[in-house]
Design a protein around this ligand. Structure first.
Ligand code: NAP
Length: 301
């Protein structure tokens, strides 16, 4: 890969995505910033990002991209390929969280969450991997979470989606690393990103909380804690954007499998990553598949 990368990023309208689009552009890359509903909710962030890039003289193109819509994903990737000639880096960032007792979400609501956080990733990979495979090069970044390793009570459905992303990232890595494609999972801890609470998927069957006794108060207590953190404004979500820039800047084939970005001081995800690296390496060795393993272990705390 040359140092200037053609990068497609999902969920660039707010939070980590908005910061990452700007940070990658500042680092000198050609950024294709995916946002959904550019005629509606995406109009303002799209115009703000485009205006910023023009003022700064940086390369950012906003593209319509709803990760839950096959046609939207295919059209976005086709548009980037037509303009850029290829996609060197895909950053799977778009995501939605959900807080509440698992039983208070209908199956349909759970499916909506998985459609964004998990099947959205599959849609992007299906659209982008053929080009990367043909070139024998590429980088896929997955914005997962420390919640993709640890289970936080009252975030259960969200945990399930991020655990799925972690498994998919490993599976893709085993299958595409030998073809020259790097896969890196970025695992943020909890950050006060701008839209984290307004975008929460609501529990659509709250009556199911009756009968849980004091446990039913748990989700509200969790949200109070998150709101307090947002009010405090720390830690700075720019840390996550900078970590993604760092992953892109790391030479191909030398990138870590996972990067934890967590200012909380709790190193649970880092420990689980290290254990997983060891167990997975042993598993692959038992099946004579060590040649599929990624080269670099996880890093971060
Ligand atoms: N904040 C945290 O503490 C934290 C911690 C660990 C991991 N994460 C992960 O970080 C990623 C970014 O989240 P964030 O914290 O920055 O929250 P955010 O501000 O709510 O950003 C989420 C982004 O995803 C987009 N999105 C949602 N549904 C979409 C769809 N169907 N198609 C395309 N884009 C869609 C949103 O677009 P709209 O504006 O159109 O809704 C928004 O741009 C997520 O994967 C999240 O799970 C966050």
């Amino acid at each position: 890969m040359s140092s200037r990368q053609r990068i497609l990023l999902t969920g660039a309208s707010s939070g980590f995505g908005a910061l990452t689009a700007r940070a990658l552009a500042r680092a000198g890359h050609d950024v294709y910033a995916g946002m959904r509903d550019l005629a509606g909710r995406g109009a303002l962030p799209g115009a703000e990002l485009t205006g910023w890039a023009e003022r700064e003289g940086l390369s950012v193109t906003v593209v319509e991209l709803d990760v839950t819509d096959d046609a939207s994903v295919d059209a976005a990737v086709a548009a980037v390929l037509a303009r850029a000639g290829g996609i060197d880096v895909l950053v799977n960032n778009a995501g939605v969280a959900a807080a509440g007792l698992v039983e208070t979400f209908s199956v349909a609501a759970a499916q909506r969450l998985f459609d964004v956080n998990v099947f959205g990733v599959l849609r992007l990979l299906r659209a982008v991997l053929p080009g990367m495979r043909a070139r024998g090069a590429g980088l896929v970044v997955y914005v997962s979470s420390t919640d993709g390793r640890e289970v936080m009570p009252f975030l259960g459905l969200y945990n399930a989606t991020k655990f799925a992303v972690e498994a998919l990232a490993d599976a893709y890595r085993y299958e595409t690393d030998p073809l020259g494609i790097d896969s890196v999972v970025v695992q943020p801890g909890t950050f006060p990103t701008t839209r984290i609470l307004p975008n929460l998927l609501p529990a659509d069957d709250p009556d199911r909380a009756q009968g849980y006794g004091p446990v039913a108060e748990g989700p509200a207590q969790l949200l109070v804690g998150i709101e307090a953190m947002i009010a405090a404004g720390a830690p700075d979500p720019q840390l996550v954007a900078d970590a993604i820039v760092g992953v892109v800047a790391t030479p191909a084939r030398a990138r870590p499998t996972r990067v934890v970005v967590d200012a909380s001081g709790f190193d649970g995800a880092a420990r689980l990553n290290a254990l997983s690296d060891t167990v997975q390496a042993e598993l692959l060795a038992r099946f004579g598949l060590s040649f599929l393993a990624g080269r670099q272990p996880a890093r971060g705390a």
